[in-house]
Design a protein around this ligand. Structure first.
Ligand code: ADP
Ligand code: HMS
Length: 564
C-alpha cells in the first residue's frame, strides 16, 4: 500500500498554516502559511469608517476560507503527492473565536444590510469587550450556587462563548434575533468543508459550559442571566456535539475542488489549537503539562479525576485525550507582550543596532539580556498586558514594570518581561499542584520555544522543572492532522485512536532545558515578590488598575462624543 497522508490546518491569531503529514512516521512533508488578509480587526471595520470600541478584536470569516483556498493546494503542489493518498483533514483554531450565521450558514457580516454592525463579525478569542457580561454572569452563577462553576476555576472569562453572545444580545439585539446559530469558528469551517453542522466536545466543554453527561446549564440559569437567553442552548447553540477524533463528515465535491483534494476525504470534528498540540508532543497520560507558547500560552494537563483548581479555564472529561479529564489554564498575552515592547517601546538605537548586526530586534534583545543574571536588573514586572486569564480571570488588570532607574536598559526590561510571563506560568503550575493535579514534566510547543532560548531557560529555572520542546514548529497542525487520521480510521490507512497516532507520529527535540540550581534559588525569591504584587494588584489590595481603566474608558467615550 502506498504511503498515506493527512492535512492539519492550524488557525492562529494572525495566520492559518497547513501541514501535510505522512502517517506512518509523522514526517512533515510540506507546510504553507496564509497570513489573514484582514489580520486582527481592532480599530475600523473593513471597507468602512465604522470605528470599534476599546478592547474589541474581530476577524473576517473569508480569511479562514482563504487558508483552505491557498495553503492546502500549495502543500499538495509542493509535495507532488496524489490527492488519492490524503485520507484525512483535521483543523484546530483559536478559541473562543465565534461568529453568528444565518439558516444557510452564511456569516451575518457577509450581508450588505448587516456588515456595518460590528456584532455581525467574528469575535476573536481576545475580544475583551464582554467583561461586563462576564462579571454579571459570574455574580449570578455564584449567587445561584451553580455547580458548573467549580469546573471553570470559579469564574468564567469574558473571552468565552456565553459572555460574547450576551454582549451581542445587549448591544445589537437585531443581530441576535437574526442569528440562526452562534458557531465556534472551528465548527463553522468544518461545516463549510462537509456541509454538516457538528460541534466539537472540546470547544463546547471549555468555552460554552457544556458537559459530557449533563449538557449545558439548565434554562433557569440562562433566564436568570436574561429572560431573552432562556432558550439559547436549544436554539442558537443547537447541534450535535461530537468527541475529538470523530469524523464530522466528508469533503464535499465543491470544497474538494477548491482545496485540490478528493471528494469524500474524511474531515475530523474541529479542535482548539492548544489542545490539538498535546498528542503531537506525545502526551497522552497525566503528569505532563503541555504549554502552547505563542501570542498567548495555554497550559494543558491530563488527570484521572475531576478536581477544582482556582482560575483554571476548565476541566473537561475527554476534552483533550479520550479517557482522561483534560485541564486547561492560560495566560492571555505572552508573545504579544514581547511584540508590544519591540513594536512600541524599544528605543530607535536598538532597531538600528539590530539592523546593523542583521538580526531581528527580539534576537538582539535576547542576546543582550542573556548576559544578565537573574535579579541583576532590579526589575520585576506583572504580565497583565492583556488582562489575566489564569488564575485571576480578570481582563481589567493591566501591566506593570517595577524598579526602573535612570540606568535601566532596554534588554533589562525585555528580560523582566520574559521573567514576568514565566512567573505567571509558575502561578498556574502551583494552582494545579496545590489542588492535587500532578505536574512532573513540562513540554513546550508553539512559535516561542524554538525562537528564544533565554525564555525557555528562564521557564525551566522559574518552574524548577525540565522542559522538553516539540520537534515541530507547527505542533497544533500536526496534532490536527493526527485527528484527521483518526477520523479516516485504521481501515483507510489512518489510526483507530489518537493514542496510536501519537505513539507513531509525535516527536520532541533531543535537547531539553534543565533548571540551573543557582538561578532557581534567586528566582524563588523573585517569585515571592511577584506573588506579593500579584495579590496586591490582582486580589483587591489596590484596584488602581481598574480605576485607571475606568477613567480611560470615560475619557474615550467623551472624546468619541466630542468628535461626532
Ligand atoms: N524571538 C522571539 N522571542 C520572543 N517572542 C517572539 C520572538 N519571535 C516572535 N515572537 C512572538 O511570538 C508570537 C507568535 O507566536 P506564534 O506561535 O508564531 O503565533 P500564534 O500564537 O498566533 O499561533 C508573537 O507574539 C511574537 O511577538
Ligand atoms: O484560548 C485558547 C485555547 O483555549 C487559544 O486559542 C488562545 O489563547 C489563542 O492562542 P494563540 O496564542 O493564538 O496560539
Amino acid at each position: 500500500m502506498s504511503n498515506k497522508y493527512a492535512i492539519g490546518i492550524d488557525y492562529g491569531t494572525e495566520s492559518g498554516r497547513a501541514v501535510l503529514v505522512e502517517l506512518s512516521t509523522g514526517e512533515e512533508i510540506e507546510s504553507h502559511v496564509t497570513p489573514y488578509p484582514h489580520g486582527v480587526i481592532d480599530e475600523v471595520l473593513p471597507d468602512s469608517a465604522v470605528k470599534l470600541g476599546l478592547n474589541w478584536a474581530l476577524q473576517h470569516p473569508d480569511d479562514y476560507m482563504e487558508v483552505l483556498r491557498r495553503s492546502v493546494p500549495a502543500v499538495m503542489k509542493q509535495s507532488g503527492i496524489s490527492a488519492e493518498d490524503v485520507i484525512g483533514i483535521g483543523i484546530d483554531f483559536t478559541s473562543c473565536t465565534m461568529l453568528p450565521v444565518d439558516e444557510q450558514g452564511t456569516p451575518l457580516c457577509f450581508k450588505e444590510s448587516l456588515k456595518l454592525n460590528p456584532h455581525s463579525w467574528v469575535k476573536l478569542w481576545k475580544h475583551h469587550a464582554a467583561q461586563d457580561e462576564a462579571d454579571l454572569l459570574n455574580e449570578i452563577a455564584a449567587r445561584r450556587g451553580e455547580p458548573f462553576m467549580s469546573r471553570y476555576g470559579g469564574k468564567l472569562s469574558s473571552e468565552w462563548m456565553i459572555a460574547k453572545i450576551w454582549q451581542v444580545l445587549n448591544e445589537a439585539p437585531e443581530i441576535y434575533r437574526q442569528t440562526d446559530l452562534f458557531f465556534e469558528a472551528t465548527d463553522w469551517v468544518v461545516s463549510q468543508m462537509t456541509g454538516n453542522i457538528v460541534r466539537n466536545s472540546c470547544a463546547s466543554g471549555y468555552k460554552s459550559i457544556w458537559h459530557k453527561n449533563s449538557g449545558y446549564p439548565d434554562r433557569q440559569f440562562f433566564s436568570a442571566l436574561d429572560p431573552r437567553l432562556d432558550n439559547l442552548t436549544a436554539t442558537k447553540l443547537r447541534g450535535n456535539i461530537m468527541p475529538l477524533g470523530t469524523k464530522a463528515g466528508e469533503l464535499t465535491p465543491e470544497m474538494a475542488g477548491v482545496m485540490g483534494l478528493k471528494p469524500g476525504t474524511a474531515v475530523a470534528v474541529g479542535n482548539v489549537d492548544a489542545h490539538a498540540a498535546v498528542p503531537a508532543v506525545g502526551v497522552v497520560t497525566p503528569g505532563k503539562l503541555v504549554m502552547a507558547m505563542g501570542t498567548s500560552i495555554c497550559h494543558m494537563v491530563l488527570g484521572t479525576e475531576e478536581k477544582a483548581v482556582e482560575g483554571m479555564c476548565g476541566v473537561v472529561e475527554d476534552g483533550i485525550i479520550p479517557g482522561y479529564y483534560g485541564y486547561e489554564a492560560g495566560q492571555s498575552a505572552v508573545g504579544d507582550i514581547f511584540a508590544w515592547y519591540v513594536d512600541e517601546a524599544v528605543p530607535n538605537y536598538v532597531h538600528m543596532l539590530a539592523g546593523q548586526e542583521g538580526i531581528h530586534v527580539h534576537e538582539w534583545l535576547e542576546k543582550r539580556a542573556s548576559a544578565y543574571k537573574p535579579g541583576e536588573s532590579g526589575l520585576l514586572a506583572l504580565d497583565w498586558w492583556n488582562g489575566n486569564r489564569s488564575i485571576l480571570v480578570d481582563t481589567n488588570l493591566t501591566g506593570l514594570i517595577l524598579g526602573c532607574t535612570l540606568q535601566t536598559k532596554p534588554e533589562e526590561i525585555y528580560r523582566a518581561l520574559l521573567e514576568a510571563t514565566a512567573f505567571g506560568t509558575r502561578k498556574i503550575i502551583d494552582a494545579f499542584t496545590q489542588s492535587g493535579v500532578e505536574i512532573q514534566e513540562l513540554y513546550a510547543c508553539g512559535g516561542l520555544p524554538q525562537r528564544n532560548k533565554l525564555l525557555m531557560q528562564i521557564y525551566a529555572d522559574v518552574t524548577n522543572r525540565e522542559i522538553k520542546v516539540a520537534a515541530s514548529k507547527q505542533t497544533p497542525a500536526v496534532g490536527a492532522a493526527m485527528f484527521g487520521a483518526v477520523a479516516a480510521g485504521a481501515e483507510r490507512g489512518g489510526y483507530a485512536t489518537i493514542q496510536e497516532a501519537s505513539a507513531k507520529m509525535a516527536r520532541v527535540l533531543e535537547q531539553s532545558y534543565r533548571p540551573i540550581a543557582a538561578n532557581v534559588l534567586i528566582y524563588e525569591q523573585l517569585f515571592q515578590e511577584y506573588s506579593r504584587l500579584h495579590d496586591y494588584f490582582g486580589r483587591g489590595g489596590n484596584d488602581v488598575m481598574k480605576r485607571l481603566k475606568t477613567i480611560k474608558e470615560n475619557m474615550h467615550t467623551d472624546v468619541h462624543h466630542d468628535s461626532l
